[in-house]
Design a protein around this ligand. Structure first.
Ligand code: DQA
Length: 144
């Protein structure tokens, strides 16, 4: 099973960006975590991507819709205001699962992070478990 693991703005800077919030692991540590959710019977291949560009992220969601590929999405700051990304994600409904992941727990942070415009069209949400959230998301996708 191939899973698209899409990451929004500033997540390319994991490791040095606010380590007290996001930890010291880097984006390169995500693929092995996601693939660890697989098994001998159900291998998982992680296609991990990151962009700071909203249009590029929307295009990757379109690609997932067309190929019916499951998605793990950390929309980063786009979570809180990108209706364009939400509308793209809505097209995955009934086509392939979409798990919204946050490394931190946005609900325990500033008020502007308490709103997600993505959650209403996600299959499920995982937040606050650090990078392990990506593995948990992959396990949820494999379990379905
Ligand atoms: C984040 C939380 C967002 O509020 C923030 O803008 C990010 C990362 C997280 O993974 O905890 O960039 O999505």
């Amino acid at each position: 099973m191939r899973i698209l693991v899409l990451n929004g703005p500033n997540l390319g800077r994991l490791g040095t960006r606010e380590p007290e919030v996001y930890g010291t692991a880097t984006i390169d540590d995500i693929a092995p975590l996601v693939e660890a959710a697989g098994s001998l019977e159900q291998r998982v291949e992680a296609d991990v991507r990151q962009t700071d560009d909203e249009a590029e992220l929307v295009g990757w969601i379109h690609e997932a819709v067309d190929a019916r590929t499951p998605v793990i999405l950390n929309p980063a700051a786009f979570t809180h205001y990108s209706y364009a990304l939400r509308d793209a994600c809505a097209q995955l409904q009934g086509v392939a699962p979409l798990v919204e992941v946050h490394i931190s727990n946005p609900h325990a942070r500033e008020a502007f992070r308490h709103t997600s415009v993505i959650s209403g069209v996600a299959t499920g949400i995982i937040a606050g478990f650090g990078l392990d959230g990506y593995r948990l998301a992959a396990a949820a996708i494999v379990g379905r």
